[in-house]
Design a protein around this ligand. Sequence first.
Ligand code: ADP
Ligand code: MG
Length: 328
Amino acid sequence: MLTPMGEFDLIARYFKRPAKRAVLGVGDDCALLQPAEGMQLAVSSDMLVEGRHFFSDVDPFTLGHKALAVNLSDLAACGAQPLAFTLALALPRIDEAWLEAFSRGMFALADAHGCELVGGDTTQGPLNICITVFGEIPRGQALLRSGACVGDDVYVSGTLGEARLALDALREHAPLPDELLALARARLEMPTPRVALGQALRGIATSAIDVSDGLLGDLGHILKASGVGARIDTSVAINLIATSAQIARAERLFSYGKMLSYVLAGGDDYELAFTAPVPARAAIQAAALQAQTAVTRIGVIEQPLGLRLVDASGHAVPGRYASFDHFA
Ligand code: ADP
Ligand code: MG
């Protein structure tokens, strides 16, 4: 029970909009979705908990964006086209300014992807946001974690490491140049789900995953599911972090080792890591161009299980890069 505005007024004011693609949206006991002929539904949920996934005082507009973005990122990793989502929300109290900004941030991203809110649940409690997304994929064409083959190239989209750099800077009040802090913070608070790239990779990539817990950890999921290993060139991977961060490193604002850990195990990046056969290199570049998302080839899939980090001359790079684990 939420008063004095009331649960149903709140839903009507901030979350109910006329359904466009869904057969039935907010307002009944269930929403109704009608996948197109020959399409499969892709479904995924992600929960954001105050104090664990975001700072209590975070801008609610960016929080609305991120809550949906992390879910769209899962659809992207499967190559699905977003269709609809539900929102389960626990709120400590009704704060209309907060709700207005939160819903605006969420709907801005939703509209950009033609993904509509079709239902949910609203309750009083510690601030907690759980979104479930529904997407469409032509039958049998979903990108899975299990398809990587020995000899495949390993790729990653966009840039890596800035979100964790921002998190460290905000937590430890570490000084960063204003411009770099703004960029890193935007990456942490307003991630870009690689939805177009995921769809462009259908039929080309052999496996894919979105990087939410850190590159090596998430790549590890592909390796395990595919029963293969990989060699990653750290001299290439290190350049995946934004140029302004590389400049800050050169000015000794943080060490090379720290920067490598941001790239390899930072987390909260929401880029795609994927594999594709060598003959598909041109097709991968075409997909990247079509999706207007840069991709970088960082390594190769090998038979021996596990991950091997090497430098430019192929020598082993020491170091363990644990990825994020809520219960570790
Ligand atoms: P029920 O009691 O049948 O579960 P509710 O009373 O919780 O339904 O919700 C009423 C309607 O409002 C339902 O259609 C539900 O999907 C929708 N709804 C509730 N909370 C939200 C929300 N945060 N965002 C969108 N729709 C919501
Ligand atoms: Mg309910």
